[in-house]
Design a binder for this molecule. Structure first.
Ligand code: 5CA
Length: 452
């Protein structure tokens, strides 16, 4: 993309309404625009990151064998009357009446609807296990929407639902999700720690939240510091292997890590004092096993191996896709702006032309731009007629992890500069070498794509 033709409405001043750094930087970097409390337009660069995150989620769900679909945002109230949640959900549910005076609601989650789909089409244990998911906008009429996309009213969620004949099978699905979530967050450059949590309005007493540690997090968390040493990495995993998935769950959940809802001071006190930590965290996902809470009242049953109908065991699993943008920025920024991890960056590399209009500088930039694109990379070329200082400040603000700086002085000896946004370090090299280096940096990121 050429910056002169892009739509990147950066703000010069800090917006007053933003209380936390991710909200401030998303507004300043021209990623979002608030339309009303807790409801945002996603401007092109914000939308680009949102799609990168969605893509990672889709790929990791595909890898785990989960099946994508799409359910609507508006749902009939009658489904929620069946589960009893129409009244229970309270004021967070946005209720709408259509022209025929039928009650609808803007879905805050989809347990009822997916259970309805299941009961209409699945009748035998032979069709199990089944895991369906979608990535769709949700609405929760939060009393205090705040912190930008972190606590929105309309927000994008990946929500998945699994159906199983037995509790054991449902727990394997739970473990599989835990593994796929660990992989997803790591690809986004995040450490998200699974912590024992509370089921809240979704229900079930077996649930983990995934938390990214950050001072601005809304959750209070308590954990054993050893847990922060764990990484999933690129180890091979067979998602059908029950013991292997169980072993990952045990590895990542056996140390103390809980949100304040389930915190147990006596258990916590048993951890050696120098490892006890209390901190703030951002909840970027949650997985639940809730047994037959929805299948029983809604009649989602299958004929079991012995011929009798039994309600299915279910779980659900959510990732806060739009919240993740805020969480990633909270975890990765400095006083100049955002520092995108390579896995989610809106553009792979920025090209800064120090002397726009100079024939040889322009043509060197054009060649680098074309060569990067030919290699499957997505560069942002700052081809505006602006001062170098303004171009650098803009690049630092929007946070592309790598920058190639091209100026007449360097070009005289066939050199450009490759700069890391994270370390600030620069290295001089030929334009060809800079392209090859950027390609090598992104090879592992681009190579992680799984067939969706
Ligand atoms: N049905 C289950 C799992 S599919 C469910 O709704 N789970 S949830 O309530 O925990 O939401 C899943 C994720 O959505 C949360 O972990 C959080 O990351 C994100 N989320 C929840 N509320 C908001 C909100 N108001 N703004 C942004 N993201 C949110």
């Amino acid at each position: 993309m050429r910056l002169s033709r892009y739509f990147l409405p950066v703000l010069k001043e800090d917006p007053k309404e933003a209380q936390i750094v991710s909200h401030r930087l998303m507004l300043r970097a021209g990623m979002i625009k608030q339309q009303t409390a807790g409801i945002y337009s996603w401007l092109p660069m914000g939308f680009k990151v949102l799609r990168r995150i969605e893509q990672i989620v889709h790929e990791e769900q595909a890898r785990a064998g989960h099946i994508p679909m799409l359910m609507p945002t508006l749902q009939p109230a009658d489904l929620w009357r069946e589960s009893g949640r129409y009244d229970d959900y309270g004021e967070e549910m946005l209720r709408v009446t259509d022209r025929h005076k039928r009650d609808l609601l803007y879905g805050p989650t989809n347990e009822e609807m997916i259970t309805d789909i299941f009961r209409a089409h699945v009748g035998s244990y032979k069709d199990l296990p089944l895991t369906l998911y979608h990535i769709q906008w949700k609405f929760r009429d939060e009393i205090r929407p705040r912190f930008g996309v972190m606590r929105g009213r309309e927000f994008l969620m990946k929500d998945g639902y699994n159906f199983n004949l037995t509790k054991e099978a449902a727990l394997h699905a739970y473990n599989r999700h835990l593994v796929s979530y660990l992989r997803s967050y790591e690809r986004m450059g995040l450490q998200a720690i699974p912590m024992r949590a509370d089921g809240g309005p979704i229900g079930g007493d077996y649930t983990h939240e995934f938390l990214v540690l950050a001072e601005t997090g809304e959750s209070e968390v308590f954990y054993d510091s050893q847990i922060t040493d764990l990484t999933f990495g690129d180890r091979a995993i067979d998602y059908d292997d029950v013991a292997q998935c169980q072993a990952v769950l045990e590895e990542f959940t056996s140390r103390y890590a809980r949100t304040d809802e389930t915190h147990d001071a006596a258990l916590f006190a048993q951890i050696p004092e120098d490892r006890r930590r209390s901190a703030r965290g951002i909840e970027v996902g949650q997985i639940f096993y809730f047994g037959t809470k929805y299948s029983e009242p809604m009649g989602a049953t299958v004929v079991g191996p012995d011929g009798a109908r039994v309600p299915v065991h279910m779980g659900s699993h959510g990732i806060g896709v739009s919240r993740l943008l805020g969480a990633i920025i909270e975890a990765s920024h400095d006083d100049k702006g955002i520092i995108w991890p390579e896995g989610v960056t809106p553009f792979h590399v920025g090209i800064v032309n120090l002397k726009q209009g100079d024939v040889s500088t322009d043509s060197a930039c054009e060649a680098i731009y074309a060569e990067l694109r030919a290699r499957g990379l997505d560069p942002l070329y700052d081809d505006r007629d602006e001062r170098a200082g303004a171009k650098f400040a803009g690049m630092d603000l929007i946070g592309l992890p790598w920058r190639i700086t091209v100026g007449p002085r360097g070009l005289a000896s066939n050199k450009v500069e490759l700069t890391s946004r994270r370390s600030g370090e620069s290295e001089e090299m030929s334009p060809q070498e800079a392209v090859a280096r950027v390609q090598a940096i992104y090879a592992p990121v681009l190579g992680q794509a799984a067939p969706a």
